[in-house]
Design a protein around this ligand. Sequence first.
Ligand SMILES: Nc1ncnc2c1ncn2[C@@H]1O[C@H](COP(=O)(O)OP(=O)(O)OP(=O)(O)O)[C@@H](O)[C@H]1O
Ligand SMILES: [Mg+2]
Length: 370
Amino acid sequence: MICRKVTLENFRNISAAEVCFCEGVNILVGENGAGKTNLIEAICLASIGKSHRGAGEDELINFSASRSRISVDFSDSVRIQNISVSLERGRRRQVELNKVSINRLSDMVGVFNTVLFCPEHLSIIKDGPSARRNYLDVAISQLRPLYIASLQRYNHILKQRNMLIRSAKDDRRTFDETIDFWSEQLAAEAATIASIRAEYIRRAGGYVAAIFSEMTGDREVPKLRYIGSSKDEEDFYFDREAVKKRYMELLSSSHEREIAAECTLWGIHKDDIEVTLNGRPARIYASQGQQRSLSLALKLTEGEICREARGEYPVFLLDDVLSELDEGRRKYLLSNIGSRQVVITTCEPAALQSAKVIHVKNGTYEVVLS
Ligand SMILES: Nc1ncnc2c1ncn2[C@@H]1O[C@H](COP(=O)(O)OP(=O)(O)OP(=O)(O)O)[C@@H](O)[C@H]1O
Ligand SMILES: [Mg+2]
């Protein structure tokens, strides 16, 4: 997938701009506050229908304007298409694909594929398990819409089951009569999600290892492992029936503990990914640059798995990825990109023969080399 042209009107600090991208590496260079991330954000908006920074729609419109428009021409191996997003203060945003209105965000999934890496993604390695579960959910949802449905069902069942647990102190009888019903549904949905997550991590592990091998010349060896809340061996989670049975056993033997804790103690809401570098937990022992490399490798992997499924790479948007990476890692990123299109932002002037360099200043974009 290639992002060809982005046209912006009154988007953040950009009054009007038209930016064309090449098929390989595109570098956006500019000072802090120039408008680099804003352009990345606009591309994200056309891809997933919302800001990757979680910004409200009003925030995206230029301070002195009442409406804004983002239009992106992109192509896959078959055709060129256009997505446009119109924002207006106090109104719902309008999205059009090839001039036809799209009403639901889910209709945008898989149309214009991008993978974003931004500094906040360091949390995938650094933070607690929920950051890693979130990484998995975002990555898998783009490939399997049924996964989203399963996850939504799971969360609904979990909520109901937790409510029942909390009401047990006042109404033990209803709890005893209905808890098995909710446990069974939860265990069934957990087994489906656990097997999909375990499979994804198995595949991702191979890619992350290959990326590191090239990036560090085999000096650093990362490993990923799925950690289910029942703490069984990773292979166990591929057997859905066995997982369902196991979770059912755990849930039914934990009633008193769950009532004391006022929540469900077993299930995929407790999952984690163990990430190690040369055999040691990366969260604790890896350096800042190594952690950044790991989270980046996980994001590049998201793109590899997307290509496996769709036959084409997504567009890689790498915001502020170069700082903290040593020379070897930067080189890997900027030259081993192959047939991928990359838009990368940096504050430091970068000269790269095979790249298109775009200077960013006060919301304007000027190609200086291509
Ligand atoms: N709605 C808006 N209207 C006008 N300007 C805005 C709006 N929202 C944000 N800005 C401005 O956009 C600029 C931020 O741009 P951006 O985040 O793209 O910077 P950047 O080039 O990525 O900088 P850095 O290198 O620090 O990451 C800020 O100066 C901010 O004040
Ligand atoms: Mg920025």
